[in-house]
Write a protein that binds this ligand. Sequence first.
Ligand SMILES: O=C1O[C@H](COP(=O)(O)O)[C@@H](O)[C@H](O)[C@H]1O
Length: 258
Amino acid sequence: MADSTARRVVIADDPAELARLVAERFLVRIRARTKDGRLAHVALTGGSMGAAVLREVAERPDAGEIDWSLVHFWWGDERYVPADDPERNAGQARAALLDRIEVPAANIHEIAASDSGLGLDEAAEAYAAELGRFGTEEQRWPSFAVCFLGVGPDGHIASLFPDREEINETDRAALAVRDSPKPPPERVTLTRPVINASKRIWLVATGAEKASALGLALAGANYANVPAAGAKGRKRTVFFIDEAAASEVSPDLIDPSY
Ligand SMILES: O=C1O[C@H](COP(=O)(O)O)[C@@H](O)[C@H](O)[C@H]1O
């Protein structure tokens, strides 16, 4: 029998087709999850494909069929910059989708901005506490129905960068990141246990500059060196990538059924 927790790779011709495909599957998944009134917690990603997917979601007619009051939005990471800085992952997601659907403000769990009055450590602690409000006795954070992750050319996911201490954190739900190798230098990130408590993890990445990191992640690299290698959802982990990013992925990992 096929291992339902195994990682899958789905390839689209180009970024535009990939964004459409992921948006379509996302709405199918959220509709299935919420149709009986269950909540769906979703973790969003920043980066090049994060907003592209959300714009596609907003433009699909079936977006109007979702009861968005049942959907809670979180972020895998955030850049610690002022609230109106175009670099904010939350601002990009609001413009692409959240301001265009009927989602209650209380369902949008932004990470504090640098002009919020909270310092960087306090922003991470506040985010962990907010996650805790939706956790259980056993788990101090919600299980995301879908956790979107971008993948950097160095293999980073969220703001978990290679060869740094944050990737090994197993106790706290969210961490402050300083001296990030990718600007801006200050960030807040979810930790690996929170990401991997997700039912589904969908990594979305495009472009030839990601090919090496994706090849290594799927070939079983150590997650401390290639953080994307450590992303494993409880039910399913799918790498949605385009042709350019797929050049170093072993053909036998590619799922032809999508
Ligand atoms: O800075 C970030 O980068 C990564 C990847 O971004 P990309 O533009 O190379 O796709 C993203 O996943 C993360 O959320 C973001 O803060």
